[in-house]
Design a protein around this ligand. Structure first.
Ligand code: 5GP
Length: 189
Protein backbone atom coordinates (compact mmCIF):
# COMPACT_ATOMS: atom_id res chain seq x y z
CA UNK A 1 0.00 0.00 0.00
CA UNK A 2 1.19 3.50 -0.78
CA UNK A 3 1.22 5.63 2.35
CA UNK A 4 0.76 9.25 1.46
CA UNK A 5 1.43 10.66 4.90
CA UNK A 6 5.18 10.01 4.85
CA UNK A 7 7.34 13.07 5.11
CA UNK A 8 8.90 13.99 1.84
CA UNK A 9 6.17 12.29 -0.14
CA UNK A 10 5.90 12.99 -3.86
CA UNK A 11 2.36 13.51 -5.20
CA UNK A 12 1.43 13.93 -8.86
CA UNK A 13 -1.78 15.63 -10.02
CA UNK A 14 -2.73 15.01 -13.64
CA UNK A 15 -5.86 15.70 -15.61
CA UNK A 16 -6.85 17.14 -18.96
CA UNK A 17 -6.20 20.74 -19.82
CA UNK A 18 -9.10 22.87 -18.58
CA UNK A 19 -10.15 20.53 -15.79
CA UNK A 20 -9.12 23.09 -13.20
CA UNK A 21 -5.84 21.65 -11.92
CA UNK A 22 -4.42 25.14 -11.45
CA UNK A 23 -7.31 26.39 -9.29
CA UNK A 24 -7.38 23.18 -7.31
CA UNK A 25 -3.65 23.29 -6.62
CA UNK A 26 -3.89 26.94 -5.54
CA UNK A 27 -6.67 26.06 -3.11
CA UNK A 28 -4.74 23.05 -1.83
CA UNK A 29 -1.61 25.14 -1.13
CA UNK A 30 -3.74 27.69 0.70
CA UNK A 31 -4.94 25.05 3.17
CA UNK A 32 -1.70 23.03 3.19
CA UNK A 33 1.14 25.58 3.14
CA UNK A 34 3.68 22.89 4.09
CA UNK A 35 3.30 21.34 0.60
CA UNK A 36 5.86 22.53 -1.96
CA UNK A 37 4.66 22.91 -5.55
CA UNK A 38 7.26 22.32 -8.23
CA UNK A 39 7.61 25.11 -10.83
CA UNK A 40 7.93 23.59 -14.30
CA UNK A 41 9.93 24.76 -17.28
CA UNK A 42 8.14 25.26 -20.58
CA UNK A 43 8.85 26.43 -24.11
CA UNK A 44 5.37 27.93 -24.50
CA UNK A 45 4.94 31.71 -24.31
CA UNK A 46 3.65 33.25 -21.10
CA UNK A 47 -0.10 33.88 -20.93
CA UNK A 48 -1.28 37.22 -19.70
CA UNK A 49 -0.62 37.54 -15.97
CA UNK A 50 1.87 34.65 -15.82
CA UNK A 51 5.15 35.38 -14.09
CA UNK A 52 8.60 33.93 -14.75
CA UNK A 53 9.69 31.68 -11.89
CA UNK A 54 6.26 31.69 -10.25
CA UNK A 55 4.02 30.07 -12.89
CA UNK A 56 6.77 28.59 -15.07
CA UNK A 57 10.37 29.04 -16.11
CA UNK A 58 9.84 30.14 -19.72
CA UNK A 59 12.72 28.76 -21.78
CA UNK A 60 13.83 28.84 -25.39
CA UNK A 61 13.69 25.42 -27.07
CA UNK A 62 17.53 25.14 -27.25
CA UNK A 63 17.90 25.74 -23.52
CA UNK A 64 15.15 23.22 -22.79
CA UNK A 65 16.93 20.60 -24.91
CA UNK A 66 20.25 21.31 -23.17
CA UNK A 67 18.55 20.59 -19.85
CA UNK A 68 17.03 17.39 -21.25
CA UNK A 69 20.51 16.27 -22.38
CA UNK A 70 22.02 17.15 -18.98
CA UNK A 71 19.30 15.03 -17.26
CA UNK A 72 18.07 18.17 -15.57
CA UNK A 73 14.42 17.07 -15.67
CA UNK A 74 12.73 14.50 -13.46
CA UNK A 75 10.30 14.06 -16.35
CA UNK A 76 9.40 16.00 -19.46
CA UNK A 77 6.89 15.78 -22.29
CA UNK A 78 5.56 17.48 -25.39
CA UNK A 79 2.09 18.95 -24.99
CA UNK A 80 0.08 20.77 -27.70
CA UNK A 81 3.25 21.72 -29.59
CA UNK A 82 5.35 22.83 -26.61
CA UNK A 83 7.73 21.13 -24.19
CA UNK A 84 7.18 20.99 -20.44
CA UNK A 85 9.49 19.58 -17.78
CA UNK A 86 9.96 19.29 -14.01
CA UNK A 87 13.37 20.57 -12.88
CA UNK A 88 14.94 17.65 -11.00
CA UNK A 89 17.13 19.31 -8.40
CA UNK A 90 14.56 21.43 -6.47
CA UNK A 91 12.23 18.43 -6.22
CA UNK A 92 14.99 16.21 -4.83
CA UNK A 93 16.12 18.96 -2.42
CA UNK A 94 12.63 19.46 -0.97
CA UNK A 95 11.98 15.73 -0.69
CA UNK A 96 15.30 15.18 1.07
CA UNK A 97 14.34 17.89 3.58
CA UNK A 98 11.20 15.87 4.30
CA UNK A 99 8.76 18.26 2.64
CA UNK A 100 5.73 16.95 0.70
CA UNK A 101 6.19 17.82 -2.96
CA UNK A 102 3.43 18.27 -5.53
CA UNK A 103 3.77 18.04 -9.31
CA UNK A 104 0.99 19.33 -11.56
CA UNK A 105 1.78 17.69 -14.91
CA UNK A 106 0.21 15.96 -17.91
CA UNK A 107 -0.20 12.23 -18.59
CA UNK A 108 3.13 11.33 -20.25
CA UNK A 109 5.04 13.02 -17.45
CA UNK A 110 2.96 11.22 -14.84
CA UNK A 111 3.80 7.92 -16.54
CA UNK A 112 7.52 8.71 -16.42
CA UNK A 113 7.28 9.55 -12.72
CA UNK A 114 5.38 6.30 -12.11
CA UNK A 115 8.21 4.38 -13.72
CA UNK A 116 11.05 6.18 -11.95
CA UNK A 117 9.40 6.94 -8.58
CA UNK A 118 6.91 4.11 -8.00
CA UNK A 119 6.18 5.38 -4.48
CA UNK A 120 4.78 8.66 -5.76
CA UNK A 121 1.04 9.02 -5.15
CA UNK A 122 -0.82 9.74 -8.40
CA UNK A 123 -4.13 11.59 -8.58
CA UNK A 124 -6.23 12.09 -11.71
CA UNK A 125 -8.56 15.08 -11.77
CA UNK A 126 -11.50 14.49 -14.13
CA UNK A 127 -14.20 16.87 -15.43
CA UNK A 128 -17.89 16.16 -14.74
CA UNK A 129 -18.29 15.58 -18.53
CA UNK A 130 -16.41 16.13 -21.80
CA UNK A 131 -18.83 18.90 -22.85
CA UNK A 132 -18.13 20.75 -19.64
CA UNK A 133 -14.39 20.40 -20.26
CA UNK A 134 -14.74 21.85 -23.77
CA UNK A 135 -16.76 24.73 -22.37
CA UNK A 136 -14.04 25.48 -19.82
CA UNK A 137 -11.21 25.30 -22.38
CA UNK A 138 -13.06 27.63 -24.77
CA UNK A 139 -14.14 29.90 -21.94
CA UNK A 140 -10.52 30.58 -21.01
CA UNK A 141 -10.35 32.57 -24.24
CA UNK A 142 -6.56 32.68 -24.34
CA UNK A 143 -5.77 29.96 -26.90
CA UNK A 144 -6.08 29.87 -30.69
CA UNK A 145 -8.62 27.52 -32.33
CA UNK A 146 -5.72 25.26 -33.34
CA UNK A 147 -4.39 25.11 -29.78
CA UNK A 148 -7.92 24.44 -28.47
CA UNK A 149 -8.32 21.59 -30.95
CA UNK A 150 -4.98 20.04 -29.88
CA UNK A 151 -5.92 20.36 -26.21
CA UNK A 152 -9.33 18.72 -26.79
CA UNK A 153 -7.81 15.81 -28.73
CA UNK A 154 -5.25 15.31 -25.99
CA UNK A 155 -7.94 15.61 -23.31
CA UNK A 156 -9.77 12.60 -24.78
CA UNK A 157 -6.55 10.54 -24.65
CA UNK A 158 -5.85 11.61 -21.08
CA UNK A 159 -9.39 10.76 -19.92
CA UNK A 160 -8.98 7.24 -21.29
CA UNK A 161 -5.98 6.75 -19.00
CA UNK A 162 -7.62 7.74 -15.73
CA UNK A 163 -7.75 4.18 -14.41
CA UNK A 164 -3.94 4.09 -14.27
CA UNK A 165 -4.10 6.42 -11.28
CA UNK A 166 -4.21 5.76 -7.53
CA UNK A 167 -7.21 8.07 -7.15
CA UNK A 168 -9.69 9.68 -9.56
CA UNK A 169 -11.41 12.84 -8.34
CA UNK A 170 -14.15 14.66 -10.24
CA UNK A 171 -13.80 18.41 -10.26
CA UNK A 172 -17.40 19.58 -10.24
CA UNK A 173 -17.26 21.67 -7.10
CA UNK A 174 -13.77 23.07 -6.39
CA UNK A 175 -14.04 23.03 -2.58
CA UNK A 176 -15.31 19.45 -2.55
CA UNK A 177 -12.64 18.27 -5.01
CA UNK A 178 -9.95 19.99 -2.96
CA UNK A 179 -11.22 18.31 0.20
CA UNK A 180 -11.18 14.92 -1.53
CA UNK A 181 -7.64 15.46 -2.86
CA UNK A 182 -6.38 16.30 0.62
CA UNK A 183 -8.11 13.24 2.06
CA UNK A 184 -6.63 10.88 -0.54
CA UNK A 185 -3.20 12.42 0.11
CA UNK A 186 -3.68 11.56 3.77
CA UNK A 187 -3.43 15.22 4.85
CA UNK A 188 -5.32 16.60 7.85
CA UNK A 189 -8.26 18.70 6.67
P1 5GP B 1 -0.55 24.87 -19.77
O1 5GP B 1 0.07 25.24 -21.08
O2 5GP B 1 -2.05 24.90 -19.82
O3 5GP B 1 0.01 25.68 -18.61
O4 5GP B 1 -0.13 23.37 -19.47
C1 5GP B 1 -0.40 22.38 -20.40
C2 5GP B 1 -0.26 21.02 -19.75
O5 5GP B 1 1.10 20.80 -19.39
C3 5GP B 1 -1.07 20.88 -18.47
O6 5GP B 1 -1.74 19.62 -18.53
C4 5GP B 1 -0.03 20.88 -17.39
O7 5GP B 1 -0.41 20.10 -16.28
C5 5GP B 1 1.14 20.24 -18.10
N1 5GP B 1 2.43 20.54 -17.47
C6 5GP B 1 2.81 21.65 -16.81
N2 5GP B 1 4.07 21.53 -16.37
C7 5GP B 1 4.48 20.30 -16.74
C8 5GP B 1 5.69 19.56 -16.54
O8 5GP B 1 6.66 19.99 -15.93
N3 5GP B 1 5.74 18.31 -17.09
C9 5GP B 1 4.71 17.77 -17.77
N4 5GP B 1 4.88 16.53 -18.23
N5 5GP B 1 3.56 18.42 -17.96
C10 5GP B 1 3.45 19.66 -17.45
Amino acid sequence: MKLSTDLGRLTVITGPSGVGKGSLVKELLRSQPQVWLSVSATTRSPREGEKEGRDYFFLQKERFLELVAAKGFLEWAEFAGNSYGTPRKPVEDHLSKGQPVLLEIELEGARQVRKNSPNAFQIFLAPPSFDELERRIRGRGTDSEEAIHKRLTRAREELNAKNEFDAVIINDDLQLACYQVQKTMGLNV
